[in-house]
Design a protein around this ligand. Structure first.
Ligand code: DQA
Length: 172
């Protein structure tokens, strides 16, 4: 997927210390539990690509949008919470697929509530076509936007959308 945007000098996170205007905006992509098993896990819902392949495509897409992407995966709720804390200072946008924690984690919700950058929630599968317990997301009402059901392409859409949001912010 190729970014169709013409990037201006993107708006940076006000909390982030900049070394110079030439520094590219940074986005953090967070993957929750069991997503390290992509490629070996319920391909009918999640596709065949491994997380490593998806992360490589995310980084390439971000680069095409004039941004730098860092990816992070953990199977532990506390590790995900601590990574979100880092995003308070170090990133200009956050893309998160909390996986099973989407449906259970007040801790992840509370951590995301501390951010003042765009947050995009991504799910590989359309969670509304699945079991009723997956229909409830504890972060749906606090994120900037949501993408579900497009498989790995959803991440690339989110990267482009985040870049677009930052671009529009800098034109305000
Ligand atoms: C998921 C959907 C969740 O319900 C599930 O627990 C996952 C992945 C998705 O990307 O479709 O692990 O977040």
């Amino acid at each position: 997927m190729v970014c169709m945007l013409t990037m201006c000098n993107l708006q940076m996170n006000g909390n982030r210390k900049m070394s110079g205007n030439e520094e590219k905006p940074r986005m953090l992509i967070i993957h929750g539990p069991n997503l390290n098993m992509l490629g070996q896990r319920e391909a009918n819902w999640y596709g065949c690509a491994t997380l490593e392949e998806i992360d490589a495509e995310i980084k390439q897409t971000a680069e095409g949008c004039g941004m730098v992407a860092e990816t992070f995966q953990s199977n532990y709720e506390g590790a995900l919470v601590e990574k979100i804390h880092e995003a308070m200072r170090a990133y200009d946008a956050v893309i998160i697929n909390p996986a099973a924690y989407t449906h259970t984690s007040v801790a992840i919700r509370d951590a995301l509530l501390m951010l003042n950058v765009p947050i995009i929630e991504v799910h590989l599968s359309n969670i509304y076509r699945r079991e009723p317990f997956r229909h409830k997301s504890l972060i749906a009402d606090i994120v900037t936007a949501r993408i579900a059901g497009f498989g790995k392409d959803g991440y690339m859409m989110a990267v482009e959308a985040a870049a677009d949001m930052l671009k529009r912010k800098c034109q305000d």
